[in-house]
Write a protein that binds this ligand. Structure first.
Ligand code: NAD
Ligand code: MG
Length: 435
């Protein structure tokens, strides 16, 4: 990652592919770079885009389906997937006339068939069905399965050169190098759907690689931003789940409280935009209106702002390279106060730990991610205290040591499984320990 090289952004190579929508990306960047007005709005608007939503019943899935509901005629649904929620999946598949519905739990195939009886919606169950959903020929795929389980399906979409709106940060944290290499090789178009990375994506087009000083990811600070350390020690599940600004799935809400989410986002940004750890800053911004910023060498800081609603970054990715009308209210800046502060790394050790894992490289980010997933599950299940979550990651990392980065899904799964086993032992030791 040599930032002094006068190369263009990885954006321009990976984000410009050959898939139907990705070719729109080529035209978009072609216009910016060469000032040739090649963009053809008519061609983009004429045909309904086919879309697939992986993780349709989750928080990101729900926001995506809401946007699709508001833009009928522009999009047609190819496939929808869920983990265990048959009822929610079948309801969506019927509502949107999906061609295929897949449930990850293989034991629920019969239930899904019953729920779709009388329709011509095909269905499947198990991991292979989720992968089939991703591999079916949709122009645009939302990758919103939670956790490391999202890697294989996202790769199935990437490998066929699709345009992939990437919400699942674990694809990059667990296998960033090979995920981005596979995307580049297949000519896939990766559009960041995580709000910070979507903001960076929008801001980065204001300059080029040689002009970049750093990217700055904003963080709300979570529910414990102003709490005394002794009170955080006693934080309950209910308190940790009360995010001040965002409504999200449980796992990512707990990650926001520990700020491991911000740590994982540093790693995510590094792989997405090919920027080293020391050029990725974090600022606490309690209002969550500036979603991230890019600082250029002439002193300009370009920020992206919108209301704190995940539908904004998803809408951007869904409409890309166009911009659609947001039907759910806009940000009004009058009367707003915006604050920015350096994060206190004693309060939020997860940021430093994730940064260290990124610097170490190899399998370190994947190990940290797996251990964190186990620790968060244990906290959600009432087994360990809130302040034990981050130490599970630290212990697991030190007991596994340095390992090379995974180069295949099988290697990524091996590392993931080993880290989970060790993190699980750690959790057992700390279960019920209150001191
Ligand atoms: P969620 O838990 O609300 O939803 C997860 C979805 O994935 C559900 O549809 C679930 O059925 C499905 N799923 C879970 N495990 C599965 C498995 N093993 N196989 C197949 N499907 C499975 O999660 P979410 O909050 O929507 O987050 C999804 C992803 O997006 C995560 O990677 C998260 O980090 C990222 N993200 C979320 C937000 C947010 O606002 N929620 C913001 C940025 C990034
Ligand atoms: Mg985010």
């Amino acid at each position: 990652m040599d930032l002094s090289q006068p190369s263009s952004w990885r954006l321009f190579s990976v984000f410009c592919g050959v898939a139907p929508m990705a070719s729109a990306a080529v035209l978009w960047f072609g216009e910016i770079m060469s000032a040739v007005p090649l963009r053809n709005n008519k061609a983009v608007a004429a045909a309904a885009r086919t879309v697939t939503v992986l993780g349709a019943t989750g928080s990101i899935g729900d926001s995506t389906m809401d946007l699709l509901r508001g833009a009928r005629g522009r999009y047609s649904v190819e496939a929808l997937t869920a983990n265990t929620n048959v009822e929610g999946l079948a309801k969506l598949a019927r509502e949107f006339g999906a061609r295929f519905a897949a449930i990850a739990d293989p034991a629920r195939l019969g239930e899904l068939k019953d729920a779709l009886a009388g329709t011509d919606i095909e269905c499947g169950a198990g991991e292979s069905a989720i992968i089939e959903a991703a591999a079916r020929p949709a122009d645009w795929v939302m990758a919103a399965v939670s956790g490391a389980a999202g890697l294989k399906p996202a790769l199935a979409a990437v490998d066929r050169g699709a345009t992939v709106a990437l919400a699942n940060k674990e694809c990059l944290v667990c296998a960033g190098d090979f995920f981005m290499q596979r995307a580049a090789k297949a000519g896939a178009c990766i559009l960041p759907a995580d709000s910070e990375h979507n903001a960076l994506f929008q801001a980065l087009s204001s300059g080029n690689r040689e002009e970049l000083v750093r990217v700055i990811i904003t963080a709300s600070g979570g529910p414990f931003r102003t709490w005394a350390p002794a009170d955080i020690e006693r934080a309950t599940l209910e308190q940790a789940l009360k995010h001040p600004n965002w409504s999200m799935g449980q796992k990512i809400t707990i990650d926001s409280a520990t700020m491991m989410n911000k740590g994982l986002e540093i790693i995510e940004a590094s792989f997405l935009f090919d920027v080293p750890a020391d050029r990725i800053g974090v600022l606490i911004h309690p209002q969550s209106l500036v979603h991230s910023m890019v600082e250029f060498r002439d002193g300009s800081i370009v920020a992206q702002m919108a209301r704190n609603d995940m539908r904004f970054p998803i809408l951007y990715a869904l409409a890309y390279p166009d911009r659609l009308e947001a039907p759910f209210g806009r940000l009004s800046l009058a009367g707003q106060r915006l604050e920015f502060d350096e994060p206190d790394l004693r309060r939020y050790p997860a940021i430093g730990i994730a940064r260290e894992a990124l610097r170490e490289g190899g399998a370190a980010p994947a190990v940290l991610n797996a251990a964190n997933e186990v620790a968060v599950e244990a906290f959600l299940a009432g087994k360990i205290r809130f302040t034990r979550i981050v130490p599970v990651g630290v212990e697991t990392r030190s007991s596994i040591g340095s390992r090379p980065a995974p180069r295949t899904v099988a290697e990524a799964r091996e590392i993931d499984a080993e880290a989970r086993r060790i993190a699980g032992e750690c959790v057992e030791r700390w279960t019920g320990v209150t001191a």
